[in-house]
Design a protein around this ligand. Structure first.
Ligand code: PBG
Length: 329
């Protein structure tokens, strides 16, 4: 049989590892990763979160050790979450000078001034009802919440945060936080908005970790419906107009189309949050020996970059930093 020989031979560029590395279009770098850390009260605490093996609650002293360890392997950014000692109706530990996150920010900066410290701004872990805003008569109030969010952001700035990341999904929070920061002289402090945050089942393990599950109802009156994409563009547009410096999509894996659309429609850096449930699924399969953890994680994170993420928040950041170092040796 005479075959035509003039068809496209795409396999030519896959012939060797050397050629493949020359034509690779997407590369995951350690600088692309932001490592989430949970700060808790006490001393000597390093307590593993049941539904997130390999992720811990750290007291300030053990957090310092973790910062040293990740600094050595090249992780250059963290996002901090707090597990407060007391919850109250005013979410007062969220903006207290000696709040757990404020202490953690100062500790991280003391250990490594170059570490880029992002702080999650929200109220859900700090009040007894577990909602991201002020609750009155079973409703989550939008405008009264903005003042507390701005106050929390300013207190993080005063403690030395580098980037403020509001995750509450109240309308107008970017404008309110920007105004609060500017009034206190923090004109240069960037805001990383959780712009497109869905009401997702993938946050379950995080809520175990942060003790922040809502005590009544759910978050569907403020977080987005997973079925919507046009609305995601409206959320992102509103945040851009209000002064956001980064746009985030959360969760990541089931929302890659949203990441791509944001990338194509906006020129701001796009961040995706590879959330707790996504981490837990991969970890569970890996611990059962059903998947190769390193290869699966690298493939997933490369996929998130290919979809258009500039930065990825992932509980795997420390592992990935180690793997990338090994590869480059
Ligand atoms: C706080 C917040 C949540 C996450 C980040 N910030 C939980 C939620 O909205 O219920 C989830 C992160 C994760 O699942 O890894 N509002």
């Amino acid at each position: 049989m005479q075959l035509p020989t003039d068809f496209q031979r795409l396999r030519r560029l896959r012939r060797s590892a050397g050629i493949r590395s020359m034509v690779r279009e997407t590369e995951l770098r350690v600088q692309d990763l932001i490592y989430p850390l949970f700060a808790a009260h006490g001393t000597g605490v390093k307590e593993e979160i049941h539904s997130m093996p390999g992720v811990y609650h750290f007291s300030i002293d053990t957090l310092r050790k973790e910062i040293q360890a990740i600094s050595e392997i090249g992780v250059n950014s963290v996002i901090l979450f707090g597990v407060p000692a007391h919850k109250d109706e005013h979410s007062s530990e969220a903006y207290a000078e000696e709040g757990i996150v404020q202490q953690a920010i100062r500790a991280v900066k003391e250990e490594n001034p170059e570490m880029v410290v992002v702080t999650d701004v929200c109220l859900c872990a700090y009040n007894p009802h577990g909602h991201c805003g002020i609750v009155h008569g079973g409703q989550i109030l939008n405008d009264p919440t903005l003042e507390l969010l701005a106050k929390t952001a300013v207190s993080h700035a005063q403690a030395g945060a580098d980037i403020i990341a509001p995750s509450d999904m109240m309308d107008g929070r970017i404008a309110a936080i920007r105004a609060g920061l500017d009034q206190h002289g923090y004109l240069d402090l960037p805001i990383m908005s959780y712009s497109v945050k869905y009401a997702s089942s993938f946050y379950g393990p995080f809520r175990d970790a942060a003790h922040s599950a809502p005590s009544f109802g759910d978050r569907k009156t403020y977080q987005m419906d997973p079925a919507n994409v046009r609305e995601a563009m409206r959320e992102a547009m509103a945040d851009v107009e209000e002064g956001a410096d980064f746009l985030m999509v959360k969760p990541a894996m089931a929302y890659m189309d949203i990441i791509r659309q944001l990338r194509d429609n906006f020129d701001l850096p796009i961040v995706s949050y590879n959330v707790s449930g996504e981490y837990a699924m991969v970890k569970a399969a890996a611990q059962n020996g059903w998947v190769d953890e390193q290869r699966i994680v690298m493939e997933l994170l490369t996929g998130l970059k290919r979809a258009g993420s500039d930065l990825i928040i992932t509980y795997y950041a420390k592992d990935v930093a180690g793997w990338l170092n090994e590869q480059s040796r």
